[in-house]
Design a binder for this molecule. Sequence first.
Ligand SMILES: [Zn+2]
Length: 248
Amino acid sequence: MRLIPLEIGRLHTDLQSLTGEPGTIALPIPSWLIEHDRGLAMFDTGMHTELRTGTERIGPWASKVFEPDLPDGEDVTARLGQHGIDPTDIDLVVFSHLHFDHCGGTVEVPNARIVVQRQEWAAGHHPKLIEHHVYNPDDFDLGHEVQQIDGEHDVFGDGSVVCLPTAGHTRGHQSLRLELASGPVVLTGDCVYFERFLDDMTVPQFGYDLDQQRDSMRELARLRSEGCRLLYGHDAGQFASLPAEGLT
Ligand SMILES: [Zn+2]
C-alpha cells in the first residue's frame, strides 16, 4: 500500500480566524491517494475548480475569510495525472467531512463510491446549514454510490485502512488510519489543522462542538503517543516535507 499526498491548491487566510493571532497563513489543501491491492482510494478531494474564477459557491462568510488559490496543474484531475492515474479509475472516496475544501473535487472522480459517516451526510443536507453555506451538496451529492457508515469502518476489509470517528469540527468528522509497511499513520483531517494545535490543544472557534473536538484530539494524541504517525489537516510545513512519491 502506498499513501500519496496531493496538494489541491491552498487557502490564504488570516491567522486571526484560526487562533486569534496576527498575520496571514497559506493552508495547503490536501487530498490523499491510497494505492491498495483492492483498489484506488482517495481521502478527501480538495477544492472545486470553479474556485479559480470566483467564490460564489462557498458563500459570503468563507469568501471573506478564505482566498482560494487553485492554479492549473493542481486540480484533482491534474494531480492524479501526475501519478499516471486516470480519475475515472478511482474506486473509492472517503470523506473526512463535507466542507468545501475537502470534497469540492468529487465531480472529477465519477466512478468512485463515497464512504462517509451517516451523521456527516445528514448534516450536509440540513436545510439551515446549506442556507448558511456551511455545506453545499453540489460539492458531494452528485449521483455517486454513497456508503453511509456509523463509527469505525474497515474500508477494504483487511484491517489496513480504517475510518476513525473524530467528531467535533463537524458532526460526523472522521480520520483515517492506515497500516503502512513503515508503520501506522493517521490522517487527522480537520480534527487537527497543525501539529502545534495538538500540542497546545488549540481549536479554531468555528467548529461544530469544540469540547467534542478536544476529546477527539486527545484520542489522536493517545495514538501518537503509541507510535502512530499523524499527518495533519492543513500543516504547510509537514505537508511540504512529505515525499512526492508517497509513503509506503
Ligand atoms: Zn473543515
